[in-house]
Design a protein. Structure first.
Length: 81
């Protein structure tokens, strides 16, 4: 059977350099995850603000279209002599 790490004979030992590299990688990954959490929180906040904005636009559009339809109906059905 061939090992994924042929230079290592004892799986319970680890080279100090390799351990240092692994520590550095874990530290970097920890920073990256923290940064991703911050970015996701900011994106969520933006989406919540946009959701409220879209609701306002839809409500205003609905009111405007209702008033426009009412005015159009009144002009076409009410005869002024």
């Amino acid at each position: 059977m061939t090992s994924a790490f042929p230079e290592r004979r004892d799986p319970d030992t680890i080279d100090r350099r390799e351990y240092g590299n692994l520590e550095a990688q874990v530290a970097q990954l920890t920073r990256d995850v923290h940064q991703l959490k911050t970015t996701v929180a900011q994106l969520r906040e933006m989406m919540l603000q946009a959701q409220g904005g879209w609701r306002a636009v839809l409500i205003i559009g609905g009111i405007a279209s209702t008033l426009g339809a009412a005015i159009t109906w009144a002009v076409s059905h009410i005869k002024v002599s």
